[in-house]
Design a binder for this molecule. Structure first.
Ligand code: SAM
Length: 220
């Protein structure tokens, strides 16, 4: 995958903006310099694809998160090249594509089947082969394939879903927005044996994580 398309310059400007916002991890910056975010948004919104602070509707009442949020969460997850990573909330597939540049393998869960299908088609179109997508309730994690080195939740939970902590390796990182439906804080939980070390990264505003260990149903 090379940045030779018409959006390469806009993508480079986006990455420069991410650096100004404090993103330091060169691997994360490089991944976001390469992945064509314009191909993960509806055609009508492509002009906005590289604004670092813009989330975009992707249909089914869902969104692709702002690049600055994707960058901050990915950096906080400290993904290594041999890591197996679980993402909850495939959405457009963009975050999964970024993770796929950094990790050995990415497992991604989406609850809305048409979004999962579209995301898979985009990843296939880009030749990204180290992502597996499944339609189910991601609040339960993916027990059969656990444990994971890192788990990113890209929808907002009322609290940290317990099954996800259980599915981390010792030393594994869970990054998850938690709080009210309208606004949250991105929490980073590191598993250290039976203990967890927790810190809050920054405020956020995500669509709800809906499921057994999330919110119970669509917002009214
Ligand atoms: N990571 C996505 C991307 O790069 O485009 C953006 C994710 S979007 C903000 C949140 C996604 O989480 C939505 O697609 C939504 O359907 C999904 N979601 C909500 N609850 C879920 C659950 N329990 N399991 C799996 N996916 C869920």
């Amino acid at each position: 995958m090379t940045a030779t398309d018409g959006y390469a310059y806009r993508r480079m400007q986006m990455v420069e903006a991410l650096v100004r916002l404090g993103i330091r991890d060169q691997r994360v910056l490089e991944a976001m310099r390469v992945i064509p975010r314009d191909l993960f948004v509806p055609e009508a919104y492509r002009h906005a694809a590289y604004s670092e602070d813009v989330s975009i509707n992707i249909g089914e009442g869902q969104t692709i998160s702002q690049p600055r949020v994707v960058a901050a969460m990915t950096e906080a997850a400290r993904i290594g090249p041999d890591d197996r990573v679980l993402e909850i909330g495939t959405g457009s597939g963009y975050q999964a594509a970024v993770l796929a540049r950094l990790a050995r393998f990415v497992f991604s869960i989406e609850r809305i089947a048409p979004l999962a299908r579209q995301a898979k088609a985009r990843l296939d179109g880009l030749g990204i082969e180290n992502v597996s997508i499944k339609v189910m309730d991601g609040t339960l994690g993916w027990r059969a394939l656990a444990p994971f080195d890192a788990i990113l939740v890209t929808a907002a939970a009322p609290d940290v879903p317990e099954p996800l902590i259980e599915q981390l390796v010792d030393g594994g990182r869970l990054v998850v927005p938690v709080g009210a439906r309208e606004s949250q804080v991105i929490r980073v939980v590191e598993r250290r044996g039976e203990r967890c070390v927790t810190r809050d990264l920054q405020g956020a505003c995500f669509v709800p994580l809906i499921g057994r260990h999330g919110w119970q149903g669509e917002p009214t």
